[in-house]
Ligand binder design. Structure first.
Ligand SMILES: Cc1cc2nc3c(=O)[nH]c(=O)nc-3n(C[C@H](O)[C@H](O)[C@H](O)COP(=O)(O)OP(=O)(O)OC[C@H]3O[C@@H](n4cnc5c(N)ncnc54)[C@H](O)[C@@H]3O)c2cc1C
Length: 393
């Protein structure tokens, strides 16, 4: 028997949990499906913490989204009693020997420019101020520049997903966990979704399948979306004074992807500091991905990214994880109606920077299901941009 829902959400990670929660508030019949039991550690949404910031150096189109997201995290905290969004302050810092202060492409300068343009509260810090306020950055060059946003900080990805799924269920949403969608087809002014256990019919379908989107949908998504595994490291603290004093940070210290790391405050009771980089050299697939982290990789991370740069942290790795980005050709989100399947929205809102926006995007996707369009302008994430782009040839 085919069960009918107004809306079905395929994938209940960051984007799907937010969408199913927002849909559940409207009272329509909604279902969510996930091959695992989210929150889980097989996709893009694990590892304890995700950076959030109002001045999103990736582009101006993200600023209205993250503003809404900060509001919704607070609403979710009030509803659930859970702490989801920690406003620790965010430091974006460039301290590199070849720094050119006229290079407006530098991530810190881009972040400052955007904050000025959008009236986001911030401070611009010179080397002496950075050294005085954040002594954990061990080797700040005289030419360094810092951007400090007091409203920035981090969100707790697993908790955010868990809270939204629980609230959605409380509002009457049906969640099918441990079920894999194997087929999608247009039918009767809607969509038929086949899983390994049942068949559903929906007026609207939102696909938020993360790393699996290319495998599920085939071309052109398969060739556009690349999956890049990333390694995360938690280093033991040497200096307990770091607890409660360190900001969330993005630190450019050299050229290319290896010249940037990011990290989180030492959290009370955890005794460690999480630090990571982003790599776009070696792609994989969810099925073939090596999810192990070796001791040698931990030591390499310490030598290249921590030693001499971040004080108060020892070389002992207390925890590590592999978590993968789904990356589009221009590293911006894909949010658009499926080119061949009516009533179906395809979402790949990752490229390594999507979590902070997820609560607001879920609200926008729910509006699309209910009213055919969202209040937020998401047109810059449409598929049309790839038609003429050399990036997709
Ligand atoms: C290491 C790392 C660091 C990051 N840091 C930041 C950061 O600091 N700040 C920030 O804003 N963002 C960050 N991001 C990006 C952010 O985490 C992602 O944008 C976000 O998690 C993507 O969510 P998603 O819903 O697309 O994918 P996921 O959360 O992975 O969800 C996809 C879901 O779909 C399910 N699924 C897939 N196929 C099927 C199927 N056929 N049937 C049923 N279910 C299916 C999966 O099981 C999964 O649960 C980071 C990402 C990574 C990996």
């Amino acid at each position: 028997m085919t069960e009918h829902f107004h809306s079905v959400v395929l994938g209940l990670g960051a984007m799907g949990a937010a969408t199913v929660y927002q849909l559940s508030r409207s009272g329509v019949r909604v279902a969510g499906i996930d091959r695992f039991s989210p929150p889980h550690d097989q996709g893009s949404s694990h590892g304890d913490t995700r950076i959030t910031r109002l001045s999103v150096g990736e582009g101006a189109q993200y600023v209205p989204i993250v503003r809404n997201a900060h509001r919704i995290w607070r609403e979710l905290e009030a509803l659930s009693g859970e702490s989801l969004f920690e406003q620790t302050g965010l430091l974006v810092l460039t301290s590199r020997p070849d720094f050119n202060p006229d290079d407006r492409g530098d991530f810190t300068l881009r972040t400052i420019d955007l904050a000025v343009r959008y009236g986001i509260d911030h401070e611009v810090l010179g080397a002496d101020e950075i050294r005085a306020r954040f002594p954990q950055f061990a080797d700040v060059l005289d030419s360094a520049v810092g951007y400090f946003e007091s409203e920035g900080g981090f969100v707790r990805p697993e908790r955010c997903i868990d809270v939204q799924l629980k609230l959605a269920q409380g509002n009457g949403a049906t969640l099918f966990r441990g079920e894999t969608v194997t087929g999608i087809a247009a039918q009767d002014n809607g969509v038929v979704i086949t899983t390994d256990k049942r068949t559903l019919h929906a007026d609207k379908l939102v696909i938020t399948a993360g790393n699996w989107t290319g495998d599920l949908l085939g071309e052109p998504f398969g060739k556009w979306l690349k999956v890049y595994p990333q390694r995360l490291f938690w280093f033991a603290l040497d200096d307990a004074r770091l607890v409660g004093r360190s900001p969330t940070f993005i630190f450019t210290h050299g050229e290319g992807d290896d010249g940037v790391n990011y990290g989180f405050p030492a959290i009370k009771g955890e005794g460690s500091l999480k630090i990571a980089t982003a790599q776009y050299r070696s792609s994989s697939t969810p099925a073939a991905m090596d999810r192990t982290v070796s001791a040698a990789q931990g030591q390499q991370m310490f030598e290249e990214q921590v030693k001499g740069r971040i004080a108060g942290v020892s070389s002992t790795v207390v925890k590590s994880a592999v978590c993968a980005y789904t990356v589009s050709p221009d590293r911006h989100f894909i949010i658009d109606e499926h080119p061949a399947l009516p009533n179906t929205l395809v979402v790949s809102a990752c490229s390594g920077h999507g979590f902070k926006h997820s609560s607001a995007l879920g609200e926008a996707f729910a509006q699309w299901c209910l009213h055919g369009k969202s209040e937020l302008d998401l047109s810059s994430f449409s598929l049309a941009r790839f038609k003429e782009s050399a990036l997709t040839r």
